[in-house]
Structure formats: structure tokens, C-alpha cells
Design a protein around this ligand. Structure first.
Ligand code: FE
Ligand code: FE
Length: 278
């Protein structure tokens, strides 16, 4: 439980913020029109995502000692994440992943791109491990250097203890110019966790989509370009290609998993061993 009615409330908020054809004027208005729960969610996220917190979570999870599951078991497990507070949510976690993947498939993209869509939010399992919403979803951002004013609700960083650490307040902070994002700690959430679970099995553009899809300050706002290297910039083209499918594939029609299962079972089995470590 947390301030959000469910994890999708954050995704929906981002989708609204980046709605196509929205004018700049409307963009700035998010401040007054944001539901109180979403504001509170960002306040908690921006207050508690510190360098120490991110490092502790990486210590805790990147050794992948939560057990072994195959991709299907992970999807089924994620689907047990139901929102008692929001009985109207008719889209399960599997369905969002499936709609994203199906939209990518309809546009004729490579199968690894479809697969990336199919699994991209599996990192939300963190919620079932007991992590609070602010440590699972939310726009991600680098910790350990100055916060960009392009980060939504950046005023809430005021209460982040890192704001009082001089070393973390400069443009580069603890990083070097152009060091590459792999050397940068982003705020902790479902992107980074899943990246580490799947990194041995997917082509690099798919891994970038998974690892950076919530890094809106970077891929949508162009912030922190000075931390990226040339390779990151090339790969970000793929992250930007992926983003509209994530934000705008929610259809009225519910995808029929049983019909689609053979296609996805085949696809998953060609990339992933069974089981993998989580
Ligand atoms: Fe996501
Ligand atoms: Fe998503």
C-alpha cells in the first residue's frame, strides 16, 4: 500500500504529461491538476531515493537470491499484485505487458523488441517483495549529482538528505563527464532490477529499453546528456522508440492471453533458459 491507488496511476500520470500534441502551457499545469496521491508519491520518492538507499538496494537485489522462476511464473506471480483499493482496474499486470508487446508486433518490429515489451514491467515484482511504491515506480534520475530541474516535482528534493552533501550538489557530482550511464546510479526501481535479471539473455537495445524506460528526464527531456557516452546516445534512439508503446498501447480491447500464448511461449523459449534467477 502507498499513496498511489495502484502502480498504474504513476504510468497514467506520465502518459498524461507526455500526451501527444499537448501544448507547453498545458504541460506546466500538471502541478495543480495532479491527484494528491500522485504528488505524495513523488514527495516520498524524491525524499528517500538517496545514494545510500540506491546502493543498499543494489546490494540486496543484484545478487539475485530471491529464487528461480521462469518468465511465465514471474508473470503469473506479478499478476497476484491486485489493488484492493481500486476494484475498477480491469487491466492486470500481464495485460499491460501484453498490450505493449502486441502493439510493437503489429508495427512489424523485430521479435526481441516484441519480447522486451512483453516482459518490460516484470521488475514490478519488487512490490511483492515488500518494497514501497516509491522504490518500484516513478521517473528515475541519477543520484549523487545535482538534480535537474527537468525532473517532475523537483522541488521535493529539498527534503532529500543528499541535498545537504556538497559533493552531490555539483553538476557532475560523483561522476565524470561523459562517463556513460552504466557507471551512473539511477534512483532504484523496476527498470534497474529487471535489467540485471535479464541482461545475459537479450540484445542490447532491448536491455536499454528495459533499463531506462522510466528515465524520462533523460530520454524525454534531454537532461543529464553530459553523463551519457556516444553509445548511450545511439541506444537511446531505441528507448525512445519503445516509449510510445508503453504509454499509449492501452486499448479498450483486452488481449486474449490464451490465444496469444503459443506465440509468446515460443518467443520466450528462444531467448530465455528455464528457470532464471531473480
Ligand atoms: Fe515500467
Ligand atoms: Fe509499462
Amino acid at each position: 500500500m502507498g499513496p498511489l491507488q495502484n502502480l498504474e496511476q504513476w504510468d497514467d500520470f506520465v502518459g498524461q504529461r507526455y500526451k501527444p500534441n499537448k501544448d507547453q502551457e498545458e504541460f506546466r499545469k500538471y502541478d495543480d491538476t495532479t491527484p494528491a496521491g500522485v504528488r505524495e508519491f513523488y514527495r516520498l520518492n524524491h525524499t528517500h531515493q538517496t545514494v545510500d538507499f540506491v546502493r543498499a538496494k543494489k546490494q540486496q537485489y543484484l545478487a539475485k537470491q530471491r529464487g528461480k522462476m521462469n518468465i511465465w511464473e514471474a508473470l503469473d506471480y506479478l499478476n497476484t499484485l491486485v489493488d484492493e483499493s481500486d476494484p475498477d482496474t480491469d487491466l492486470s499486470q500481464i495485460e499491460h505487458n501484453l498490450q505493449t508487446a502486441e502493439a510493437i508486433r503489429r508495427d512489424g518490429h523485430p521479435e526481441w523488441f516484441v519480447l522486451a515489451g512483453f516482459i518490460h514491467d516484470l521488475g514490478k515484482l519488487l512490490c511483492l517483495y515488500g518494497e514501497p511504491q516509491w522504490a518500484v515506480v516513478g521517473d528515475t534520475f541519477p543520484v549523487g549529482c545535482a538534480y535537474s530541474d527537468k525532473i517532475v516535482f523537483h522541488e521535493f528534493f529539498r527534503d532529500n538528505p543528499d541535498s545537504n552533501v556538497p559533493q552531490y550538489r555539483t553538476r557532475l557530482g560523483i561522476y565524470e563527464e561523459g562517463c556513460g550511464l552504466d557507471k551512473v546510479d539511477l534512483s532504484w526501481g523496476h527498470d534497474e532490477y529487471l535489467y540485471h535479471v535479464v541482461k545475459d539473455y537479450l540484445p542490447e537495445p532491448a536491455l536499454y529499453m528495459i533499463r531506462y524506460h522510466s528515465f524520462y528526464p533523460g530520454h524525454r527531456e534531454g537532461a543529464y546528456d553530459y553523463l551519457l557516452n556516444e553509445h548511450d546516445r545511439e541506444m537511446f534512439e531505441w528507448v525512445r522508440k519503445f516509449n510510445p508503446y508503453d504509454l499509449y498501447s492501452k486499448g479498450a480491447e483486452r488481449p486474449k492471453l490464451e490465444q496469444l500464448r503459443p506465440y509468446y511461449a515460443d518467443l520466450v523459449s528462444r531467448y530465455f533458459p528455464d528457470p532464471i534467477s531473480w
